[in-house]
Write a protein that binds this ligand. Structure first.
Ligand code: AMP
Length: 202
């Protein structure tokens, strides 16, 4: 199964991606995690991305597309994957289409987590409090100023993907305001036809 999770920062993409991994034996491909790993390792990509990410802006399309292209070729991704945080722009979605088409692969579904923007800051604050409680490092972009820029980037550059995938008939919208387990159950419900058919849709 090959899925995309779509939604603004704080919508619950990471949490739901992990649950999909447990349920379906697929891998989570989070470009944010990959970029943070590149920063931690001090690679050239990490050095390029560091300040952009801390501000809340988007890293360039060619950088993230190259990372994803490498990652989906790895053996553990052959059984399927859930993309979390990618694509974030129409050119990224087009590049993904080309990458998959070259391999004869298709997306099964794009799951949009719909949330009221008003709760996002609260969710990010909760994430920060939780990390601090566990003594884990807090993301440099989990602050009100960066969140504002991240939300603007979402509205301007990522939200058009709702239409992009909607037109292809593979968009499934789920209420992301519900408790985690309810959102997860709803995702499984909308994926039902994907499972039953066992083939790509759209
Ligand atoms: P995330 O962990 O998905 O919230 O991503 C954190 C940050 O990494 C974003 O605010 C961007 O700066 C960068 N990033 C992650 N994925 C992408 C992407 N697909 N395109 C551009 N920038 C990205």
């Amino acid at each position: 199964m090959r899925l995309i999770l779509l939604g603004p920062p704080g919508a619950g993409k990471g949490t739901q991606a992990q649950l999909l991994v447990q349920k379906h034996g697929i891998v989570q491909l989070s470009t944010g995690d990959m970029l943070r790993a590149a920063i931690a390792a001090g690679t050239p990509v990490g050095q390029k991305a560091k300040d952009i990410m801390a501000r809340g802006d988007l890293v360039s399309d060619d950088v993230v597309v190259a990372i994803v292209a490498d990652r989906i070729d790895q053996p553990d991704a052959q059984n399927g994957f859930v993309l979390d945080g990618f694509p974030r722009t129409v050119p990224q979605a087009e590049a993904l289409d080309r990458l998959l088409a070259d391999k004869g692969l298709k997306l099964d579904a794009v799951i949009q987590l719909a949330v009221d923007e008003g709760i996002l800051l609260k969710r990010i604050e909760n994430r920060v409090a939780e990390l601090k409680r566990k003594g884990e490092p807090v993301r440099p972009d989990d602050n009100p100023e960066s969140l504002k820029i991240r939300l603007e980037a979402y509205r301007r550059q990522t939200a058009p993907l709702i239409d992009y995938y909607g037109k292809r008939g593979i968009l499934r919208t789920v209420d992301g305001m519900a408790p985690v387990q309810e959102v997860s159950a709803e995702i499984e419900r909308v994926l039902g036809p994907v499972h039953e058919k066992g083939v790509a849709r759209g």
